[in-house]
Design a protein around this ligand. Structure first.
Ligand SMILES: Nc1ncnc2c1ncn2[C@@H]1O[C@H](COP(=O)(O)OP(=O)(O)OP(=O)(O)O)[C@@H](O)[C@H]1O
Length: 329
């Protein structure tokens, strides 16, 4: 364990509601790192830096991650106010990578109107490689009884931009993760916080405040990331923009994309919100893979995995291990 004074801090490169991520240099070696700084007493649940530290320690062995797709905790320090996580300094995340691969062109119509079209140039092989890397990270953390609870493109980092080098994804941010059985005594398994995950990436059961959800919420989020990566225009095009701001809009977009949930959806049977929803809301048909994952619609293994992870009933959702078995077959 180091001290804060062992590092020279420089620019802020990211952060969240309760954290700052800074570039830093270890004074004794001149090596650059990312430093995530959190004041645990300022945090609100489900954010919990003390648990984040416990979980990262569990996933690491002497500064080395036990899985190549999970962030290593190189070092850390604690003082009366803060916890500092010393992490490798990554170059980009999946959101930025997709943006950098999207090209927008103007089209001039006969009527003189100009329309802009964006084209996502992420290659099929890259998409598959990233998808498999995230599943590999999930296979490992789920085997350690950890639910990440915030799988989204800002939490998938890369050391390079992929120009000639393979894009090995690394999963970061265990700040709201859940360690079974009871999150270090802080949360009952059957009564977990449902205010988890980010916008588009929330699984449908969370929107019905079903509290005994499990690790398949991470699997659902990974499927939505596949939709983003496999889109023609770098967006989750079957979801409306409003999903970022409204859970109702998100539920509506999920139904528009994946059709109505079965009336026997087991998780929802006891949910008041499910019962009180107008039946008409639930008369949608599932869109085809041509619309949901256009770039990979002809890849049989990807399609099989996608169709079996984006299902309402969590018991039917493939585990990360099973999904990888299919992709490697
Ligand atoms: N090791 C790293 N190298 C480079 N940038 C990083 C690193 N870790 C985090 N970041 C940047 O900082 C952002 C926030 O980091 P992180 O998600 O760990 O913090 P957070 O407090 O959990 O944020 P949020 O509340 O938004 O989830 C990341 O999306 C990423 O852009």
């Amino acid at each position: 364990m180091s001290k804060k004074s062992d590092f020279k801090l420089s620019t802020r490169i990211g952060g969240g509601r309760f954290s700052d991520v800074l570039k830093c240099t270890k004074i004794s070696t001149g090596q650059q790192y990312a430093l995530k700084l959190i004041e645990p007493d300022d945090e609100r649940p489900p954010h919990n830096a003390r648990n984040e530290l416990r979980i990262l320690q569990r996933l690491n062995d002497n500064g080395e991650s036990r899985n190549k797709n999970v962030v290593p905790l190189i070092d850390y320090f604690t003082n009366s106010m803060e916890i500092g996580f010393v992490l490798p300094l990554y170059q980009t995340n999946l959101t930025e990578l997709i943006k950098s691969r999207c090209k927008t062109r103007s089209h001039f119509g006969m009527d003189g109107k100009i329309t802009k079209r964006t084209q996502n140039n992420l290659k099929k092989d890259e998409i598959k490689h990233i998808f498999k890397g995230v599943l590999n990270a999930l296979k490992f953390i789920h085997s350690q009884d950890i639910i990440h609870r915030d799988i989204n493109p800002n939490n998938v980092m890369f050391s390079n931009q992929g120009d000639g080098e393979p894009l090995d994804p690394v999963l970061i941010d265990f700040g709201i993760s859940f360690q079974k059985p009871d999150n270090f005594g802080g949360e009952l398994y059957n009564d977990k916080i449902t205010d988890i995950a980010t916008g588009y990436y929330k699984a449908p059961e969370l929107l019905l405040t079903i509290r005994d959800y499990d690790e398949t919420v991470d699997i659902w989020s990974t499927g939505v990331m596949l939709m983003l990566m496999s889109s023609e225009d770098g967006t989750v095009s079957t979801y409306s923009e409003d999903c970022k701001y409204s859970d109702l809009a998100l539920l509506s977009s999920i139904l528009n994309s994946f059709g109505s949930p079965p009336s026997t959806w087991p998780e929802a049977q006891n949910s008041r919100s499910f019962k009180s929803l107008n039946e008409n809301f639930f008369t949608k048909t599932r869109k085809s893979v041509d619309e949901l994952i256009p770039k990979l619609k002809d890849d049989d293994q990807i399609v099989e995995v996608f169709q079996n992870i984006m299902v309402f009933e969590r018991a039917k959702r493939l585990s990360a291990a099973k999904a990888l078995e299919i992709l490697d077959s």
